[in-house]
Write a protein that binds this ligand. Structure first.
Ligand code: C2E
Ligand code: MG
Ligand code: MG
Ligand code: MG
Length: 292
């Protein structure tokens, strides 16, 4: 716009703002083409039980940008939400995950593993979401029980009753719901009780300095006991050390995800990881002493 007003006009932007705007515009153009050019891939991050057994994986989106390499979802999901591109992208993620569930159905180890898919607020609020999930499950033949949708607390900021209605419709299909990044948002206990959730996921910001940080240790214990009261299972994300796992286990959290067990990796590596039973090769974890 500034250009169109003529050379003698004062520019509205300072150079850094101008650069930021140009960057954003370029990213948006690239993002519009990314699906068509098959630049998205999914990484799978293992989730394990207290016994160290694989129970599932979280599906994490990455963008293989031709010039910028592997772009983190943190750097393009907000733009995808703003532009509405999250809708087709989200459908692609859901469809790819469901296809994977269907492929795993014939595998002795992986047939029981749940896949957790992140759903952004905008995607969930979209009117066709329930129909989309229904159709994708049908088309892929994925067992709905093995699909879990991760919502964040921001989903419930408006229209709580509509959100609850939609969740019930999807839960009827057999699909589970995990409240992602739990503890970082605005959950009120009154509606938390009304949401048909199956899981609370403790945010990694509470996990990373366990067990030393007394505040976070207390928050984590509180979330675990809240999960117990609401009859929800609890999983911790961002578990990086044996000390953290030990604390969580003692506090009653029986499912974990984090670099301690496995980083998010492409499907070929993930398959190999499971087939080679690499998840058992943790030298210092006293698995045999764990009673669940
Ligand atoms: P999230 O759903 O909370 O995912 C967990 C994030 O923690 C992932 O980051 C994962 O790589 C990272 N992580 C896992 N274990 C550890 C650990 O032990 N230590 C540390 N430091 N980090 C760990 P990632 O893959 O960069 O994803 C960031 C966020 O982007 C996700 O947070 C999620 O909100 C969003 N996202 C990812 N994929 C999708 C998607 O398909 N759709 C939507 N709407 N959002 C997505
Ligand atoms: Mg998540
Ligand atoms: Mg999370
Ligand atoms: Mg998070």
């Amino acid at each position: 716009q500034a250009k169109a007003m003529g050379k003698n006009n004062v520019r509205f932007f300072d150079p850094s703002m101008q650069a930021a705007l140009e960057f954003r515009t370029a990213m948006e153009t690239d993002l519009r083409h990314a699906l068509m050019h098959q630049q998205f891939i999914l990484h799978y991050q293992l989730q394990v039980s207290a016994l160290g057994d694989p129970i599932g994986a979280e599906v994490l989106l990455r963008w293989r940008h031709p010039g910028r390499g592997l772009v983190s979802p943190l750097d393009f999901i907000p733009l995808a939400e703003e532009t509405g591109l999250i809708l087709p992208i989200g459908l692609w993620v859901l469809e790819t995950a469901c296809k994977q569930i269907a492929v795993w159905a014939s595998d002795p180890v992986k047939s029981g593993m749940q896949l957790a898919v992140n759903v952004s607020a905008r995607q969930f609020r979209h009117t066709g979401f329930v129909e989309d999930v229904t159709r994708i499950l049908h088309e892929t033949g994925a067992n709905p029980i093995l699909l879990k949708l991760e919502l964040t607390e921001s989903v419930v900021l408006e229209d709580v009753s509509i959100v609850i209605e939609k969740m019930h419709a999807i839960k009827k299909l057999g699909v589970g719901f995990s409240m992602d990044d739990f503890g970082t948002g605005y959950s009120s206990l009154s509606y938390l009780q009304r949401l048909p959730l199956t899981q609370l996921k403790i945010d990694r910001s509470f996990v990373h300095n366990l067990p030393d940080d007394v505040n976070n240790a207390n928050i984590v214990r509180t979330i675990i006991s809240l999960g117990g009261s609401l009859d929800l299972n609890v999983i911790a994300e961002g578990v990086e050390t044996e000390q953290q796992r030990e604390f969580l286990l003692q506090a009653g959290c029986l499912a974990y995800q984090g670099y301690l067990f496995c980083k998010p990796i492409p499907i070929e590596e993930f398959d190999e990881f499971i087939s080679n039973r690499q998840y058992l090769k943790k030298p210092d974890s006293p698995r045999s002493e764990i009673q669940v």
